[in-house]
Design a protein around this ligand. Structure first.
Ligand SMILES: *Cc1c(COP(=O)(O)O)cnc(C)c1O
Length: 421
């Protein structure tokens, strides 16, 4: 069998790791089959334990904008690790990193480094609640902000609902503080905020959604969100864990011309190591311990190896702005070709794209959820057989990196023409 080693490892994994994976999105439950085990990556390609090669569009789910094992990144890891892996004390690089983030994203007047996007969103929310002295939050169905209790809530369909926990283990009382609204629905947002602003501390949003597949904001959605939150003393939190440094050197807030109160970053800023950040207005960030009473801490926060790696990636991007033109161009070529297959709709934001197996426009969770996931599963398996590794779910973004070549993309398009038949 051609996947002998992956198969054997997966059976072993199933006995000691729930579902055999350390994050559920890696499992193949939604598409069928077993996941290949990855042995190495270089550029846009990964190699599995059985020696099969794939063009990779997962890119570690976003961090690897320069591809796998980029020389500047590998050098940064090596050099930092040789100086010690962790001190639990301040380092110069943390300050340089925080300054770089602030300069690139001016709304982040002060920044705290953490180790995951989950922590960043959870902590930003805590700060916002303390600042507003209110407990309620608004999130949008289909947006993912990590697995903290308050955020692990999505709505039924349609209008505003009280949060119901998406996961057992999340207290109903806590989920009840989360109001879930449909993405892109300005009218529902307006009525909800007007009626209930006294209980709402924060609205958290992916300014371009990446976790129901790529969904772009309607032109009036984010401006109206900013206007309403500002008027009612509600903190606006942009979760830019995916979008930060993905489409431009900075946040998409720069492209949209909107200044949120707090911003969450992760993925790209760590260069593939565990590093994330939250930050924003000085009055809010000054509530964070040890200046203020809002507790938030981390043994490995601002870890020197992770910070050195993140710095190396961000400095490379700053010095090579052509990366953004390049990945946008590759994304456009790929997106246009996929749309021309006639099997579904392509939503694209620069180098992020999703091929939705549906006839209609995808603008929110409900329209995404109507996709033909069986057809996606067949397409996914066809692509995998042809050496293209896609996210194993209909509701995820494909990530194009600067390491992808025109040839990789043409090869992917050829595979898609066959797999989409
Ligand atoms: C990935 C992601 C998170 C969570 O980050 P982790 O590092 O996986 O905890 C939060 N928000 C968004 C938008 C993400 O895509």
């Amino acid at each position: 069998m051609k996947n002998r080693i992956s198969h054997r490892m997966f059976s072993r994994a199933l006995r000691v790791i729930p579902g055999g994976v350390n994050s559920p999105v890696r499992a193949f439950g939604a598409v069928g089959g077993n996941p290949p085990f990855i042995a190495s990556g270089k550029g846009a390609r990964i190699v599995d334990s059985d020696g099969r090669r794939y063009v990779d569009y997962v890119g570690s789910w976003g961090p690897l904008i320069l591809g796998h094992a980029h020389p500047a990144i590998v050098r940064a890891v090596r050099e930092a690790a040789a100086r010690g892996t962790s001190y639990g004390a301040p380092t110069e690089a943390e300050v340089e990193f925080a300054e770089l983030l602030r300069d690139a994203i001016p709304s982040m007047e002060m920044v705290r480094l953490v180790s995951s996007g989950t922590e960043a969103c959870m902590s930003a929310l805590r700060a916002a609640r303390a600042f507003a002295r209110r407990d309620g939050i608004v999130k949008f169905a289909g947006c993912y902000h990590g697995h903290a209790d308050s955020l692990l809530v999505k709505a039924g369909s349609g209008a505003a609902t009280f949060g119901v926990p998406t996961s057992p283990g999340v207290p109903r009382e806590l989920a009840g503080k989360t109001i879930v609204l449909p993405y892109n629905d300005v009218e529902t947002l307006r009525t909800t905020v007007r009626r209930r602003w006294r209980e709402i501390a924060a609205v958290i949003v992916e300014p371009v959604a990446g976790n129901m597949g790529v969904v772009l904001p309607r032109p009036d959605f984010l401006p109206e969100l900013r206007r309403l939150t500002e008027r009612h003393g509600i903190a606006l939190i942009f979760d830019e864990v995916i979008t930060g440094f993905r489409a431009t050197f900075g946040g998409v807030q720069k492209l949209f011309g909107i200044r949120p109160d707090l911003t969450c970053l992760g993925k790209i800023i760590g260069g593939g190591l565990p590093l994330a950040a939250y930050g924003g207005r000085r009055e809010i960030m000054s509530l964070i311990s040890p200046v203020g009473p809002v507790y938030q801490a981390g043994t490995l926060s601002g870890n020197p190896v992770a910070v050195a790696t993140g710095l190396a990636q961000l400095r490379y991007l700053k010095a090579h702005p052509e990366v953004y033109r390049r990945i946008d161009g590759l994304g456009a070529r790929l997106g246009d070709a996929l749309a021309a297959l006639g099997v579904g709709r392509v939503n694209r934001f620069g180098s992020l794209l999703t091929l939705f197996f549906t006839d209609g426009a995808v603008t929110d969770w409900d329209s995404a959820a109507g996709c033909d996931t069986k057809a996606f599963g067949r397409f996914f398996r066809g692509m995998l057989e042809r050496g293209v590794y896609l996210p194993p779910s209909q509701f995820e973004a494909w990530f194009v990196s600067a390491a992808h070549t025109e040839r990789d993309v043409e090869e992917t398009i050829r595979a898609a023409r066959e797999a989409g038949r």
